[in-house]
Design a protein. Structure first.
Length: 140
């Protein structure tokens, strides 16, 4: 599982090791999540093709076909990416409760150039984290 936190132009990315059961839970999808994923793919494909056709028809014929095709592909790609991006939040909300619990078990609360502050849902896991990383931890 990857934790990401953005602060201005800096993004802190930390890979969190998971047990095999938790990793399997993260790969499982609920029926609603699969339905939303398929709808997003279908909608992105249809709107991408529609944007491609419209952009090819609306660009001036004086431009070369290669340039017109490039403009149309950029428009289609941008529209398809926008559709897929807009479905991210509903898909995350439709995830299984176990998957949501694993995702919310640890988060990066804040960071600076030298420190990272984590927030844990489970106190037992927080104690285990402190035990495993004792030499690297700073006292506040």
């Amino acid at each position: 599982m990857t934790l990401r936190q953005r602060y201005g132009r800096i993004t802190r990315i930390i890979d969190v090791p998971l047990c095999s059961r938790c990793a399997g839970e993260l790969n499982r999808r609920s029926a609603e999540e699969e339905r939303l994923q398929k709808i997003s793919w279908l909608l992105a494909g249809v709107l991408g093709l529609l944007a491609l056709a419209i952009a090819l028809l609306l660009t001036p014929a004086a431009l070369s076909f290669g340039l017109r095709l490039l403009i149309a592909l950029l428009a289609a790609g941008a529209l398809a990416a926008g559709v897929l991006w807009s479905f991210r939040k509903p898909m995350a909300n439709a995830a299984l409760p176990e998957k949501q619990a694993i995702r919310q078990s640890v988060a990066i609360e804040g960071f600076s150039w030298r420190t990272t502050t984590f927030a844990f849902e489970n106190d037992l896991f927080a104690d285990k984290f402190v035990e495993l990383n004792a030499p690297r931890l700073m006292e506040i």
